[in-house]
Design a protein around this ligand. Sequence first.
Ligand SMILES: C[S@@+](CC[C@H](N)C(=O)[O-])C[C@H]1O[C@@H](n2cnc3c(N)ncnc32)[C@H](O)[C@@H]1O
Length: 244
Amino acid sequence: MNTKYNNWFDSKYYHILYKNRNHKEAKIFIKKLLKHINLNTYSKVLDAGCGKGRHSIEIEKLGHLVTGVDLSENSIKFAKKFENSNLKFLVHDISKPLNTEFDVVLNLFTSFGYYEREKDLEILLSLEKNLKNNGTGVIDFLNIKTVKKNLVKHEQVTIDNLKFKIKRKINKLSVIKEISFNDKNIDYKFQESVNTLSLKDFEKYFKNTNLKIIKIFGDYDLNEFIEKKSPRLIIIFKKKSQSN
Ligand SMILES: C[S@@+](CC[C@H](N)C(=O)[O-])C[C@H]1O[C@@H](n2cnc3c(N)ncnc32)[C@H](O)[C@@H]1O
């Protein structure tokens, strides 16, 4: 069971393998997403599971006050180089709320579903606590239906002279990716395991929160979600207003 934090995300090799998931991709997506959300300038934005901060950096450039958090100490160390008075990064577990409320809370590029299912709900509730009433949240997850349909069981890719051998499998609970390679005569093996969460599973989670799904997109161009073919499951939600 994937109960503890995966140090794969903290290793430099994760960033080599996912090199194409870069600032360019983040910039285009963020521009479209924020246009859709229609934010006032200087809105407070939390990027929960920010990695090296590629989305946070782009959001701050558009005039917002951004906090990026991640459990990966190495990623945060890197992201901190980009800090300024409107952009801050910290090492933090997203299952624990920060004691600030944000206008927008983002959880992008599959930064969800890495633990047991109770913890998924804990993370969602923590995102809720970090949202102001009527604030907007986004979870950008993989579309489990197309992952299943298009699963490439074995693949070999060479990036920066490293030969990554990738094995993928899927069972009822998780999609598992095993990544092995040799660097400077040392063999490495990492595993990425993500819960097989469909839209229905998310809807069940949301029923236990004070959050309401308002829109679902299926890719980074914000086309509609079609379960049979969309590459992503991008859930836009609002925190229902509560009187205190
Ligand atoms: C696939 S990466 C995406 C990173 C970033 N959002 C991006 O688009 O580049 C998933 C991220 O979730 C982070 N993560 C996983 N569990 C976390 C937790 N409990 N608290 C904070 N970050 C977490 C990992 O460290 C990793 O950086």
